[in-house]
Design a protein around this ligand. Structure first.
Ligand code: IDP
Ligand code: MG
Length: 137
């Protein structure tokens, strides 16, 4: 089943020069296509919409601050089971718990600065694609 997902390479990944590494892992998956890609410093309003489910949690404010701290790469990736697939490439939220071989497991140590966001379900993908690419059909 072909799907679209919203992916962010977070400001830590861009600062550390990992755009190519992360993009390469996505592009290496057979049949997956980058449908949109932009280097963008995310606005507070965009992040408040994106992370609405986390409002009130102790990590919310520092997360929104961190996500504004430099440019991110914003991507739409499409292909076979890409929603589940990019989550698998990313690994679980805590980079220390993430298996080596996953993006977070290979490059991360800090939970907040875990390099990548990827939509976690079809509903999230639809919601997030509208936030970041309102004109994308
Ligand atoms: P996910 O990105 O793996 O879907 P979520 O639970 O949706 O993880 O959290 C969104 C983001 O908030 C995480 O990717 C991470 O950057 C940050 N985050 C989540 N939990 C914590 C925490 O306990 N401490 C600090 N940051 C956190
Ligand atoms: Mg999440």
């Amino acid at each position: 089943m072909s799907q679209r997902t919203l992916v962010l390479f977070k400001p830590d990944a861009v600062r550390r020069g990992l755009i190519g590494e992360l993009l390469g892992r996505i592009e290496s998956k057979a049949g997956w296509k980058v449908a949109a890609l932009e280097l963008r410093t995310l606005e507070k309003e965009t992040l408040e919409q994106h992370y609405a489910e986390h409002v009130g949690k102790p990590f919310y404010e520092p997360l929104v601050e961190f996500m504004q701290s430099g440019p991110s790469v914003v991507l739409v990736v499409e292909g076979e089971r890409v929603i589940e697939g990019v989550r698998a490439l990313a690994g679980p939220t805590d980079p220390i718990a993430a298996a080596p071989g996953s993006i977070r497991g290979d490059f991360g140590t800090i939970v907040r600065e875990n390099l990548i966001h990827a939509s976690d379900s079809e509903e999230s993908a639809e919601r997030e694609l509208k936030i970041f690419f309102p004109d994308f059909s």
